[in-house]
Design a protein around this ligand. Structure first.
Ligand code: ADP
Ligand code: ADP
Ligand code: ZN
Length: 223
């Protein structure tokens, strides 16, 4: 199963990608996380993308396509993958389709998380993650079970993203509308686009995704 999650910053792509990864035993590919790791470890890629990310702009397509193609054949993607943050431009979507077609494969489903721009700011400025394992949390909407301790790994260190500040978020939203939104009609004409209400609670969004993908309890098949 090869799934793309589409939606603006803060829509809940990472959160739902984690849920799908566990449920379907597929790889989660979050290009933003990969780039932040490259920046943190000071690799040539990290040096190339650092300023671009800080400004809320997009990293060039060629770079991103290389990053993605280096990842989709890793062992954890043997049963498929869920993409969080890729593709973000038509050129990226077309490159992905071409590469998969070359291997007689294709994207199965594209899930749009429909959200309300105005409410996204609260989502994003409240976002933080475990410094050790990357598990995602939110000041109001997803607190760890025990305050200050990561549910997943027990670490007590957390981090907030540099680009989750109000001014950068506005720029990232604009970038989304200009460059990424055209992917909705691109996948709609392919008959792959499914939409869910991204403003619902996390568990409800997950339930709607199961429903539109036909993974409900009644017809639980992993086609
Ligand atoms: P994205 O990957 O699309 O940028 P995230 O999954 O990181 O979005 O979610 C942004 C923030 O909002 C995180 O702090 C996350 O815990 C929280 N969040 C995700 N989905 C929901 C939801 N349905 N309702 C409320 N908060 C959510
Ligand atoms: P969010 O979860 O808030 O949507 P991401 O973590 O996916 O943000 O991405 C953070 C930043 O990394 C983006 O603002 C952009 O600069 C860069 N980036 C990530 N994925 C891509 C991509 N596919 N194409 C271009 N830039 C990307
Ligand atoms: Zn953790």
């Amino acid at each position: 199963m090869k799934i793309i999650l589409l939606g603006p910053p803060g829509a809940g792509k990472g959160t739902q990608a984690d849920i799908l990864r566990k449920k379907l035993n597929i790889g989660k590919i979050a290009t933003g996380d990969m780039l932040r790791e490259a920046v943190a470890s000071g690799t040539p890629l990290g040096k190339q993308v650092q300023d671009i990310m800080a400004k809320g702009h997009l990293v060039p397509d060629k770079t991103m396509i290389d990053v993605l193609f280096g990842r989709i054949h890793k062992a954890d993607c043997a049963l498929g993958f869920v993409l969080d943050g890729f593709p973000r431009t038509l050129a990226q979507a077309e490159a992905l389709d071409r590469a998969l077609a070359f291997e007689d494969a294709a994207i199965d489903r594209v899930i749009e998380l429909k959200v309300d721009d105005e409410k996204l700011m609260k989502r994003i400025v409240g976002r933080y993650a475990c410094a050790k394992c990357g598990a995602g949390y939110h000041d109001s909407f997803k607190r760890p079970m025990q305050a200050g301790v990561c549910d997943a790994c027990g670490s007590k260190e957390f981090i907030r993203r540099e680009d989750d500040k109000a001014q950068t978020v506005a720029k990232r939203l604009e970038t989304y509308h200009m460059q990424t939104e055209p992917l909705l009609p691109y996948y709609r004409v392919q008959g792959k686009l499914l939409s869910v209400d991204g403003m619902a609670e996390i568990e409800e969004v997950a339930r709607q995704i199961d429903e539109v993908m036909g993974m409900g309890k009644k017809n639980a098949k992993n086609s």
